[in-house]
Design a protein around this ligand. Structure first.
Ligand code: ASP
Length: 316
């Protein structure tokens, strides 16, 4: 262990953690480590925290093992609707897309919204058109399809349930490699050399969700928030409760106005407020000194962190 401050942290969703076979587990660890390295490369090159979180989340969107980009969960209609957001703690600027169906990397589209429009959030067709006009990579809807997610969708549909990704995976028959266990919503928080914070989150939402449903991930202050005066936060969990509890901003507000640590603020919201409101999930929280909190009230949360020395640390 080193005592260098954390410069970048990621999560891959919270929930009931299924035990995969060793091959899948190794692949998942490798993809988390690769995402940490992608973000670290930006920071090591004196890049901005906001570009580092986008780089890390983009890597996780490209992995079929997480519920974002390729490998996202299915809606009730058997389609994919993706949500993502990014926020720059230095400027307070933010961008988000919601309910997009053909953008390969929704988090990059969120960054385009932040940098190239006066808007904070664009949804559906308008978001897709805007992102395409600004050079976003378009993907055929089939690109997002994976057999594991389809099986998970079928199980949820049979049970008539709308599920957190991890839970649906964990409840599958066998909970093993054959079950194709896959992991959740992704997010990142970063601190750059200039001392600026940023956060980003990307998701396919809940398995078997209603068409048009939007969760907390793309909502600034709910699933994603960053402010140099406090912390950067990316959350994961049952979005409806996280929206009502304004989770990410609540954590930041505790740090800012009550001067509590990132850890204490995350525990207050994730371990007390959210369960009391009937919600489940977790959050990663990073302050300007590189203190990191990774708190969840579920069985597990895929997560990882990297410091200036560039060695990824990954856990579930
Ligand atoms: N928060 C996401 C949503 O409700 C789901 C998740 O974190 O897995 O859309």
């Amino acid at each position: 262990m080193t005592c260098h401050p954390v410069t970048l942290a990621i999560h891959g969703g919270a929930g009931a953690i299924a035990r995969d076979g060793p091959a899948r587990e190794a692949a998942r660890h490798a993809d988390l480590a690769a995402a940490l390295r992608a973000g670290h490369a930006v920071l090591a090159g004196a890049g901005a925290a906001v570009d580092a979180v986008v780089a890390a989340v983009t890597a996780l969107e490209d992995s079929p093992l997480f519920n974002a980009g390729r490998g996202a969960v299915f809606t009730q209609a058997g389609t994919h609707e993706l949500d993502a957001a990014v926020m720059d703690g230095a400027t307070g600027r933010a961008g988000a897309v919601a309910g997009v169906t053909n953008l390969k990397n929704p988090v990059s589209a969120a960054l385009l919204v932040m940098r190239n429009s006066p808007c904070v959030m664009l949804c559906g067709r308008g978001a897709e058109r805007f992102a395409a006009e600004h050079g976003a990579e378009i993907a055929d809807p089939a690109y997002f399809f994976t057999d594991e997610r389809y099986a998970q969708f079928e199980r949820a549909r049979k049970r008539r349930r709308i599920e957190l990704d991890h839970d649906g995976a964990a409840r599958g028959p066998g909970n093993d490699a054959e079950d194709g266990t896959v992991y959740g919503t992704v997010g990142a928080v970063a601190l750059d050399r200039a001392g600026n914070l940023a956060a980003a989150t990307s998701t396919g939402g809940l398995t078997n969700k209603r068409v048009g449903r939007i969760g907390d991930s793309p909502i600034i202050g709910a699933g994603t928030y960053a402010d140099n005066a406090s912390v950067a936060v990316s959350a994961t969990g049952v979005g409806e409760v996280f929206i009502r509890a304004v989770v990410a901003h609540d954590i930041a507000a505790l740090v800012r106005y009550r001067s509590v640590s990132a850890q204490q603020a995350a525990e207050e919201v994730i371990l007390r407020k959210i369960p009391a409101a009937g919600g489940r999930g977790g959050a990663i929280v990073l302050d300007r000194s590189g203190n990191l909190a990774m708190v969840f009230n579920t069985e597990g949360m895929c997560r990882g962190a990297i410091r200036a020395d560039g060695n990824p640390e990954v856990a579930i």
